[in-house]
Design a protein around this ligand. Sequence first.
Ligand SMILES: [Zn+2]
Length: 370
Amino acid sequence: MLKIVAMFFRFIPLYFVLLSLVSSSCVTSGKINKVTDTSEISKPKNIVLLIGDGMGLSQVSAGLYFRDSPSNFERFNTIGLIKTSADGFVITDSAAGATAFSTGEKTYNGAIGMTSEKQPAKTIIESLSERGFATGIVVTSSVVHATPASFYAHVDHRYKYEEIAEFLPTSDLDFIAGGGLKFLNNREDKKDLLQELRLNEFEVLETIPSTIGTNKQAVLLAEDGMPKISEGRGDFLPKATQLALEYLSESDKGFFLMVEGSQIDWGGHANEVDYLIEEQLDFDKTIGVVLDFAQKNGETLVIVTADHETGGFTLSMNGSDYNTLKPSFSTGGHSGTMVPVFAEGPGASEFGGIYDNTAIYFKMMKLLRE
Ligand SMILES: [Zn+2]
């Protein structure tokens, strides 16, 4: 705790100085760089959906306090809130939460791309691929973890990782980045799904390339989840996201990319403040990469949200001291508070207000209708 208090004192004078200097919403490399408000333009060509797993408002706020420059969250002009409950559960897990975004279905906790009746529900990636969109996922978990899996697989329970992995080679995805090698090449059934990926025209890469090839790309860098930032993950998330944007934006028809800051949730479950904040800051940096792309591109809608809050995380005062934050947790699990939605770019104005998590799917599909 002392460390956090110390961190806070280190950053807070700068933070308030910057707040008083910056009346617009963004700083890149020290320069004020406000995003042009294109939210009233109705139809995006591309959508990037960024999910901060377990990222409630206190996590976003912590990212603002413990950052030494203004947060990329401050670049958004449209803000909403979503109700996150699952079917039959007041508090959702990441599987039901992601399935709500990917299919518009309110389903049970644990469901991967399945309805409450355990029937496969068509995902946004499947629908858009049929129409010629390029699609991708970039995550810091394994690529078979609940959130990414819900965008390309249909399995009745999230922990059936090997079953989920079988969907990857023949999925409609064009760009995949994250961990999870062991679910592809060290399986109980001895199948070699890396080879199947190659047979399905994927280039399989076990390091981050500096330039991107023309084949479909599967960048798989860890046996299971990617390392924590504190364990040396480095710039994987912003870099892989940049590569995904370069690759997918070659598509004439448009693209859909889902990016997940998976480990904000894991810091919350572990009740580790430093872990949570480092992951939040990495996600913030990645949002900056996407907003910079969208700003130049002009036809890309950027949506940032969370599936649920994790840890019952809060930024309370330290005893009777109104000048010191004391980040603390009330649970090792999830909480039921609404989570924020940030949107920027063509169609962003659709995302203001309070609505169900499933509406994210319907709003995206409406905006991309033919
Ligand atoms: Zn969780």
